[in-house]
Design a binder for this molecule. Structure first.
Ligand SMILES: [Fe+2]
Length: 268
């Protein structure tokens, strides 16, 4: 849930851009309205919990319309400040290969797996090759492991399997034929595993393909520290001259100081 307190914290942090990986507010438009108020560059891909309860797609379409330019469903942003390309994947995914909910079909039509791949790949075409490319998705791609601890591994029932999105993996393969993909960031698969199985791996750097994968789904995003002070989670990414230089999970106090940081990657 995105609140006015989150808004104030974001303004204090003042990052160059903010990306939302979805599952924002169970289809309630008031959370989308808060996001619409953000003044820094913003890109959003909605999650499966944003699709709304009505099979007509009205709630989903309303959110997308309200987001306007900030929505990145099957589309892209080319920003000069910060200098980066954002390619949005299929919205409202629940993972598990490929499935379109009735709400998605109502809003976008009967989009097939191959059509979804085409839309993601097409969004990357003719983008400036000197800008880093970030793929923004709700669910991560298949191919990142088949254990419960994997970035997109199914943890809530046996067997433990790869629960990523097939269209996204195939799209990334295709995009890589033409240009670099620097970072794939997504949510959906909670960091804390079901049945007390511990914590998920949340970051992989594929050195061979030079792609970083980040699961940002720290749920709940808010908690308290040892002093009972409110803290809020953001995944934090830094680029320098087009190179990914830093990735971490950060928990911030309301005054924007860092309460706790888990480093995931630092360029040597
Ligand atoms: Fe989700």
């Amino acid at each position: 849930m995105w609140s006015q307190d989150d808004h104030k914290l974001l303004e204090a942090l003042n990052p160059d851009a903010v990306l939302f990986v979805g599952d924002l507010g169970n289809g309630e438009i008031r959370f989308i309205k808060e996001i619409q108020e953000i003044k820094i560059p913003t890109a959003v891909v909605l999650g499966n919990h944003d699709r709304g309860n009505d099979f007509s797609g009205y709630q989903l379409k309303s959110q997308i319309d309200f987001l306007g330019e900030k929505d990145c469903s099957w589309s892209r942003k080319i920003w000069s400040s910060p200098p980066v390309v954002i390619v949005g994947a299929r919205p409202c995914s629940a993972g598990g290969g490929y499935y379109l909910s009735p709400q998605m079909r109502a809003v976008f039509g009967p989009v097939t797996l191959s059509e979804s791949i085409r839309r993601i790949v097409d969004s990357s075409l003719d983008t400036p090759g000197d800008l880093p490319l970030i793929i923004l998705a709700h669910s991560g791609p298949t191919g990142l492991g088949s254990n419960a601890h994997s970035l997109c591994g199914r943890d809530w029932k046996q067997p433990e399997i790869d629960w990523g999105d097939k269209d996204l993996e195939l799209a990334i393969d295709k995009i890589k034929e033409a240009r670099s993909v620097d970072l794939v960031v997504f949510g959906h698969m909670h960091h804390h595993l079901k049945r007390g199985k511990g914590v998920r791996n949340t970051f992989i750097m594929d050195e061979k393909r030079s792609i970083a994968y980040l699961n940002a789904a720290s749920v709940p995003r808010k908690g308290v520290d040892v002093n009972d002070e409110l803290i809020s989670h953001f995944s934090w990414v830094e680029f320098n001259e087009g190179m990914l230089t830093h990735v971490s999970h950060r928990w911030f106090c309301p005054d924007a100081s860092i309460a706790y940081q888990e480093d995931l990657y630092n360029l040597q």
